[in-house]
Design a protein around this ligand. Sequence first.
Ligand SMILES: Cc1cc2nc3c(=O)[nH]c(=O)nc-3n(C[C@H](O)[C@H](O)[C@H](O)COP(=O)(O)O)c2cc1C
Length: 193
Amino acid sequence: MDVMTAVLTRRSEHQLVEPAPNDEEFAYLLRAAATAPDHGRLRPWRWILVRGEGRTALGRCFADDYDGPQPRREQMQTKPQRAPLLATLVFTPVPDDPAHRASIPEWEQLAATSAMAGSLILLLHARGFGSVWRTGRFTQSERTRHTLGLRPEERLLGWLYIGTPHHPRAPRRRTPEDITNHISVFTPQLLPL
Ligand SMILES: Cc1cc2nc3c(=O)[nH]c(=O)nc-3n(C[C@H](O)[C@H](O)[C@H](O)COP(=O)(O)O)c2cc1C
């Protein structure tokens, strides 16, 4: 699949079933995704793969953390069952320490992380897998952070729900929206001093 086709046929897939990439396939695709632009090559991120029993435990954690009505609590419990693989994206910013490595502002590290995630999503799609990046209230939850073993300086950026689309459709190319009003061309002018 060429890059333009991958970009124009990708969609967030909400109903995902087996198979998902196994650990080796995930690592293979991530190695490629990690070549995305990354100022200072800091790799300021890590992934925690959640499968099988892990999804049940994470669902229990979501339910325990939810203080709303019981039927909604049960919904929280089943959230991680919506895909066979939940790849947890953790932002691990390298502190601004000139003595350490090149000082790269945190926003640039977040941009690099986002670029890597975007590449991974496209690579998954090109391999026939579907995914959707989900965030929501539990990215802020201390219980969830603790359950997943996050360190205080790390930030939970959500989960890439990954699997095979339940109802595979013929790939349809999107018609890109007109974004020309997001582009301007700099015209140097002689400004009065
Ligand atoms: C950082 C980020 C967080 C997202 N969080 C959610 C989410 O919590 N729930 C959800 O259904 N989709 C989430 N999405 C997916 C977007 O809703 C989706 O990309 C958007 O609706 C456009 O759909 P498309 O991906 O099919 O083009 C998120 C996407 C990004 C980039």
